[in-house]
Write a protein that binds this ligand. Sequence first.
Ligand code: ATP
Ligand code: MG
Length: 359
Amino acid sequence: MAHVIAVTNQKGGVGKTTTAINLGAALAEMGHYTLLGDLDPQGGLSLGLGLAAHDLDLTIYNILTDSRIPVAGITHHIRPHLDLLPSNIDLAVAEFQLIAQMGREYILREALQGVRHTYEYIVLDCPPSLNLLTVNALTAADSIIVPLQVEYFAMRGLEQLMDVFSRVRRRLNPSLEILGIVPTMVDVRRTNDQQILQEVTQAYPGLILDVYIKESIKFADAPRHQRSILELDPKHDGARGYRKLAKLVLQHYGEWSEIQERQEQAYLNLPTELDEALQASLTEPDETLQAPPTEPDEAPQASPIEPSLELSANALTDKSMPPDISLAHSNNGSSITPPPPATIAIPPLSSEYPASDFS
Ligand SMILES: Nc1ncnc2c1ncn2[C@@H]1O[C@H](COP(=O)(O)OP(=O)(O)OP(=O)(O)O)[C@@H](O)[C@H]1O
Ligand SMILES: [Mg+2]
């Protein structure tokens, strides 16, 4: 049964989408079947992982506005162990349509019931406001992760968010909990950052997670390359930060094992040559995504990735698919036609792109 985690903060540009992408990528890298849900009409999460969501006819909007459409029919299998529920600008009008509906705060929760047995984790990227879409995410979630950009007004936004959290807990979702606050874009050399971290820790004791994400230009580069930072530069401090966050999530749910601890240690001690080999392998086109080789002057061609719905026949043999995905699909007796194959074009990394760490 999936644990549903909403990544939320009504403040814009604090690292919600970056956190959702990289937490999802880290959980998937550790072998946990994960679904990323994009609840932002800007579609940043979908685009950041290479899914051209603006061209899609079926997105999370359709799930929220038409109860006959199953979540499994909209998901796209984008990486081993990682599926994506995309969104695009269509979602911007969903809020107005939802207002008139009965039980409007529970629509996403009910829709996700159909796939909760398919995944181990469902990570929802919330929009930068406390609107009905965010309330739907909080009502569907078991816990929230709050990315917090360490800056002067950070605390003010947090108070508002905690107020909404309490109201959702009281009226809609009594079991909702705060998994933790993740400081983002931190530069510990700045005394201001240290002060704010201290203030937040004092104001919300026990809620600040034992990890922070350093400020780095690579976070802006990763979505440009349509990759998570773990794929772009596995050794980068940012990649390590999000792996640590995934570890804390697993520990929170009692799913961090001794084997994983040993794997993590082995990874940390990986000899340099191996690291370089790993990085070099990233410059090869990703076979999973069937990314075509690109000519220098040619726009990357779209390569078809089958949506999860169409992969059900392979589900029992393909280790990168959730084990019960075929069941999840066959269980919902919907008459909706499956969406056309998703198109996704992940350009191979340029060999000019430096693999060096950035701090
Ligand atoms: N640790 C970081 N260091 C430097 N830049 C970062 C970091 N994390 C995210 N960014 C950059 O900050 C910008 C905002 O990040 P992101 O889109 O994840 O925030 P958001 O909270 O989802 O924004 P919105 O509220 O608009 O949805 C992006 O350009 C992203 O690349
Ligand atoms: Mg965002």
